[in-house]
Write a protein that binds this ligand. Structure first.
Ligand SMILES: [Zn+2]
Length: 343
């Protein structure tokens, strides 16, 4: 996305609305525009920021010059502008979440802005789909279509599950912003926990083993609306996923052992294939129970980052090998052809 700047207005806006906690930049602009009885598009033209067809694009990847222009026009600083955008690198986020879709809603917010839908703010937490609670009031999200389901949902989700899911959500937030977040990156935990389990071990995937609450009939009843994907459409499925991340991180070696024992033959092969691609220190620690304690806690905290780097190194090695082979082929072919004349 390229942005072009026209001349700035003579003066910043005279009256500025106070931004709300967790509010997105696009939302703040829309509310401000509403105050001046213009559209957000008009406001951006006035600021000399080349208007975009979709106001939501302003919430991602803003160049420093645009951040600076907006902060001047809106009488604030660039840090505040940056904090109102998605701070995560969009490539990293796209691997796990569908940010462009608001799927979670807060009942408190719905009630508060009921009478005035034009100035209703858009909160960032709705779009960050590893979030399970509202960024403003901290209450659990509810499924959008169903009314008054929130109160029931809070009661029916077991407290330990909720707490573990909250811890998993924090872990995921750390991961997605590139901070140290535990022994395995969520992608690897996902792969391990997706292994199919033998029927007499409860069937389904490893997620059921780590989060047995997810198979309780009462829990099933709450999330009966069919989810399109486990990550984005259904906040209750999301609870299982996030709780699994946290629980796995508490006892990684023990879970690897239990998953491998309960998995089907194909599942076990899949688990070992995943382990095979890990750096040897981590693999040994996960496969020989008790070895984990001998690695320093500081290393374990950063391990997921090491695994990602290891992954990149492996891919680079494959690419280099391919380039090498192509070069060898070219050299072999070249000997059979006469050099071309450039005269
Ligand atoms: Zn709320």
């Amino acid at each position: 996305m390229t942005w072009t700047l026209a001349d700035p207005p003579a003066k910043p806006l005279p009256v500025i609305l106070k931004p709300l906690r967790d509010e997105l930049l696009s939302s703040w602009l829309q509310r401000t525009a509403c105050f001046y009885s213009v559209s957000a598009h008009d406001l951006l033209v006035q600021f000399g920021v080349a208007p975009t067809t979709q106001i939501r694009t302003i919430d991602f990847d803003l160049p420093a010059s645009v951040q600076h222009r907006l902060s001047w026009c809106l009488r604030t600083n660039t840090l505040r502008i940056r904090n109102m955008c998605h701070s995560i690198p969009i490539v990293r986020a796209q691997r796990f979440v569908a940010i462009s879709e608001a799927v979670s809603r807060c009942a408190t917010g719905d009630l508060r802005w009921q009478g005035n839908p034009t100035t209703r703010p858009i909160f960032r937490s709705w779009f960050e789909s590893w979030q399970i609670s509202c960024g403003v009031c901290r209450r659990p999200f509810h499924i959008p279509q169903s009314r008054n389901v929130e109160a029931k949902a809070i009661k029916k989700v077991p407290e330990t599950l909720w707490q573990d899911a909250m811890a998993g959500s924090a872990l995921f937030a750390q991961y997605i912003s590139g901070k140290p977040c535990g022994i395995l990156p969520p992608k690897i935990v996902w792969l391990l926990a997706s292994a199919p389990m033998r029927r007499h071990d409860g069937g389904g995937t490893g997620f059921r083993l780590i989060v047995p609450e997810s198979s309780r009939p009462v829990f099933e009843a709450i999330h009966s609306s069919p989810p399109t994907t486990i990550r984005t459409k259904n906040p209750f499925k999301r609870l299982t996923l996030l709780a699994a991340f946290h629980r796995f991180d508490q006892h990684p070696a023990a879970w690897v052992g239990e998953l491998a024992e309960a998995a089907t033959e194909a599942g076990r092969r899949a688990i070992f294939a995943v382990l095979e691609n890990l750096p040897s220190t981590i693999r040994d620690a996960l496969t020989h129970r008790g070895c984990l304690g001998r690695i320093s806690a500081g290393y374990l905290k950063h391990a997921s980052r090491d695994i990602e780097l290891h992954d990149i190194r492996l891919k680079l090695a494959v690419n280099l090998r391919q380039i090498d082979q192509t070069c060898l082929k070219l050299i072999a072919v070249a000997s059979q052809h006469l050099p071309e004349s450039h005269i």
